[in-house]
Design a binder for this molecule. Structure first.
Ligand SMILES: [Zn+2]
Length: 366
């Protein structure tokens, strides 16, 4: 490295990555987050516990301006749900309400609408009223689109709503008798327009086989609560060096720390949460060792209530509107701990925090 700045960046990179590679903090933080608090669903005690956990860690790591920013909205509390086959082979199947599913008890003709893409609804006569009053069932994941984008759950659900369906069934693409979840439109405001529930892959296959043999009607029962709740975005900073000419600028990283309510959310998004925490810890340690801050302020954001409709990040943008022009770069970490054996995905993901734009992100102050 010929230039002093490049040498300095390299030394800084080595120091920060060395800190990460020789520490167990990321693992123990993930373990503590997932094993001791339960799920972190929006507005739940677990989400509140995670908020406290994050503030405590950030303060321990020496971050500045550690804050929890509250906001209120209409929450959702899961109740029991079931799907009954009425005839000719009556049986009760498991079903899992999707967040913001309203309470309901209804019957309807079961209709399989394939992948739930626009063309699938067209083929099923959605525009001609053929699905009115029906219980519409689609695959959760659209496969084999040959480069064309596939629709999000909310799009598939809203097509059912627009076709006048009575309810929507969302079928897991992964075998293993696992339920599937994901928020419906209405997050933060109130009940979604029609009930929507997740089914296991196996239940979906069973219903399709029964449809082939003439099954027509099902009954869906759901219960849910819609209490007003509070969540908190957690924000902290490593202030820029006071002598830096770019000290007013911000580089932001972070991710959402809430989860769904049916699992600890270790991947989505415990992983992104602890990687952002780890970046904060390592960079704070490096700044301390160097005795000076970086060229720009590094801001770490941990958003609440993401899974039900990005409520935390929208709230952050609303509250921090005056900061937006100062942000030079934002790296959002979501489900980044996905395990691809041998790839070192965690290291790669967090290395981006430091190295994706080295001169911009962490060039040492003059
Ligand atoms: Zn996520």
């Amino acid at each position: 490295m010929a230039q002093g700045t490049s040498d300095d960046v390299l030394a800084l990179d080595k120091a920060a990555l060395g800190e990460v590679w020789t520490s167990e903090a990321a693992y123990t933080n993930l373990r503590d987050l997932c094993d001791t608090l339960g799920h972190r669903f929006a507005g739940s005690p677990g989400e509140r516990g995670a908020c406290t956990f994050l503030q405590e860690r950030l303060q321990r790591y020496g971050l500045a301006n550690v804050d929890a920013e509250p906001f209120r909205y209409v929450g959702w509390v899961r109740g029991p749900s079931s799907l009954e086959v009425l005839a000719p082979w009556p049986q009760t199947l498991g079903a899992l309400s999707l967040p913001y599913c309203p309470a309901a008890e209804l019957e309807g003709e079961l209709r399989w609408v394939g992948d739930g893409e626009a063309e699938d609804y067209a083929r099923a006569g959605g525009a001609e009223g053929e699905l009115r009053g029906a219980v519409v069932m689609t695959a959760a994941e659209t496969a084999g689109r040959l480069g064309r984008p596939s629709s999000h759950r909310r799009d598939k659900y809203m097509r059912a709503v627009q076709a006048g369906a009575a309810a929507y069934l969302y079928v897991n693409q992964n075998p293993g008798d696992m339920p599937i979840t994901g928020g419906l439109p209405g997050g933060g405001k109130g009940p979604a327009p029609i009930p929507g529930v997740g089914l296991t892959f196996e239940t979906g296959e069973l219903l399709r086989r029964l449809l082939d043999r003439g099954l027509a009607r099902v009954r869906l029962k759901t219960q849910a609560g819609f209490p007003e709740v509070e969540s908190r975005n957690v924000v902290a900073e490593l202030p820029a060096d006071p002598s830096s000419p770019t000290r007013e600028e911000l580089v932001v990283t972070g991710g959402h720390y809430d989860s769904h309510d049916i699992a600890p959310g270790a991947l989505d998004n415990g992983a992104g949460t602890v990687i952002a925490l780890e970046a904060a810890r390592a960079l704070a340690a490096v700044a301390r060792a160097r005795g000076r801050g970086f060229a720009r302020t590094l801001r770490f954001c941990f958003f609440a209530a993401e899974e039900i409709g990005l409520l935390g990040s929208w709230e952050y943008v609303r509250v921090h509107a005056s900061d937006l022009d100062r942000i030079r770069f934002m790296l959002n970490l979501d489900a980044v701990g996905r395990g691809f054996p041998g790839s070192g995905t965690w290291a790669i993901a967090w290395r981006y925090v430091i190295a994706s734009a080295p001169p911009l992100t962490i060039s040492p102050s003059p």
